[in-house]
Design a protein around this ligand. Structure first.
Ligand code: BG6
Length: 470
């Protein structure tokens, strides 16, 4: 029996991927949709319609999908899956293209004999969003073909806007076409198993939450380090920079989950409200504070990357010292850091606890502290550092660790973030998607920093950096 029947979502659905010939579909979307298909989690009747500018036809899109699934074992399933793919050539701002897209969707519906659900996935560069939203509106594709049953939803990739002004305008346009419950703003970090675990770990164990405040916590570090550079995304990255690319979204979302109040239930409304309220309580970093609170860097050779201007001042690294303006976190610095071409690839959160006031450890030694590390990737797991007596005739201490690792076992179902994104959108569950309040509050914090970047020196760092530049 279909697993989605239990969730009552086994209704015919078409996923329309706008910008299907791009990197995202190849790397993430086709593998994720295929995995959902092989796990029998998609509706019985489903189709993927690719929409992009290139004239590649159905055979072209099937070839792209097939190459992105080349590492998957079950060839019979791949063949069946490819038959569910369709293609419509079109321009994102051309009315006729949407008319043709509408006709193709209608043909599929007629084949199935009903009006199916429509999920529009914007996998294009963000500068096309506005044109796409307007064209969906003008063509009427934002309206569902049956008022009684089914739905039309839109999945939008980050970055959502470039700053508070553009994000607000974009939101306004989107809000005219769709209700908030039809809009799914993606931050794929929220859909990562280990990121969701932050919330469950914090609020399901009695031994941590009582200490989770400024009385016991000295500082928090949140970092995303990557060893790769900008790869083929030079032009996008030159315009965007690290802070907009992963700071405004992934890093801040991890901060929200570390610092938010207990939502008391896993209701999407509560969780999204509490995440937003963390962003709303971030102390603004103003022009005068930039030099003190922000470090920015650029890896050597960035300006020679294809698509990057030769005098580019865009950051590929940032570190921000942020504070929250509330009684629970007052005075605790949160170090938010991310960089490309760093010495290792890792995403982790470290909670540094204060030294015990009446510690039996040597008074002069500062390092007798507990550190809780949440490893988001790789080696997903949790480690706690603590101190025990060194066996022997003295009262010396030695450092020990307790570690939990997620089993590397195929039977343990850890869905890929994009599988989760797609399935939750089909289910209509918005918990792991950002609300309009979150997006706005995150931009409110980030925009003044971006506007005053030039107050902070741009360090040029070598590949393999550890973030210590000066
Ligand atoms: C994306 C950014 O959102 O996240 C990329 O655009 C970055 O620049 C990526 O590499 C990191 O995601 P992950 O899942 O690989 O950690």
């Amino acid at each position: 029996m279909k697993k989605l029947n239990e969730l009552n979502t086994n209704t015919p659905t078409i996923i329309i991927i706008l910008g299907v010939t791009g990197d995202l579909s190849h790397r993430k979307l086709f593998p994720a949709i295929f995995d959902l298909y092989t796990k029998d989690l998609l509706p019985d009747d489903f189709a993927v319609v690719g929409f992009a500018r290139r004239d590649i036809g159905e055979s072209g899109i099937r070839k792209i999908a097939e190459s992105s699934l080349s590492g998957k074992p079950n060839k019979k399933n791949i063949k069946e899956f490819l038959e569910k793919l369709y293609y419509q050539k079109g321009f994102f701002d051309e009315a006729n293209s949407y008319k043709e897209l509408g006709e193709l969707l209608k043909q599929i519906d007629e084949k199935w004999g009903l009006c199916s659900n429509k999920l529009f996935y914007l996998a294009t560069p963000p500068n096309f969003y506005e044109a796409i939203f307007k064209s969906l509106d003008a063509s009427g594709l934002n309206l569902h073909c049956n008022k009684e049953t089914g739905w039309t939803r839109v999945l939008v990739e980050k970055p959502f806007g470039k700053d508070i002004k553009t994000a607000t305008e974009l939101d306004r346009t989107l809000g005219k076409l769709f209700n908030e419950n039809q809009i799914f703003r993606i931050d794929h970090y929220l859909a990562k198993e280990t990121v969701q675990n932050i919330l469950m770990f914090r609020f399901s164990n009695s031994i941590f939450e009582p200490l989770w405040n400024n009385q016991y916590i000295e500082k928090v570090e949140i970092k995303i380090w990557e060893t790769l550079g900008v790869e083929k995304r030079g032009s996008f990255y030159h315009d965007t920079g690290a802070l907009r690319d992963v700071g405004q979204n992934h890093i801040l979302q991890m901060l929200a989950l570390v610092a938010m109040d207990n939502p008391k239930s896993i209701e999407p409304k509560n969780i999204r409200r509490n995440r937003a309220s963390v962003f709303q309580s971030l102390f603004p970093i103003k022009k005068e504070g930039i030099e003190k609170s922000v470090v920015r860097g650029q890896y050597e050779g960035f300006t020679q990357e294809s698509g990057v201007e030769h005098n580019s001042q865009t950051e590929t690294y940032f570190k921000i010292q942020a504070y929250l303006n509330n009684s629970k976190w007052d005075g605790v610095p949160f170090y938010l850091e991310s960089g490309k071409k760093m010495k290792e690839a890792k995403t982790e959160i470290k909670i540094h606890f204060k030294k015990v006031a009446d510690c039996l450890c040597p008074k002069e030694e500062e390092n007798h502290k507990n550190i809780l590390t949440l490893r988001i990737q790789p080696n997903e797991g949790i480690t706690i550092k603590f101190w025990v007596k060194k066996p022997g005739f003295s009262f010396d201490l030695s450092e020990q660790k307790l570690t939990f690792m997620y089993p590397k076992d195929n039977n343990v179902l850890v869905p890929d973030a994009y599988e989760r994104v797609i399935i939750d959108c089909i289910k209509g569950d918005q918990t792991l998607f950002t609300s309009t309040e979150e997006v706005k509050a995150a931009w409110e914090f980030i925009t003044p920093i971006i506007e005053n970047w030039n107050k902070a020196k741009l360090y040029i760092y070598k590949t393999g950096s550890d973030g210590r530049f000066s």
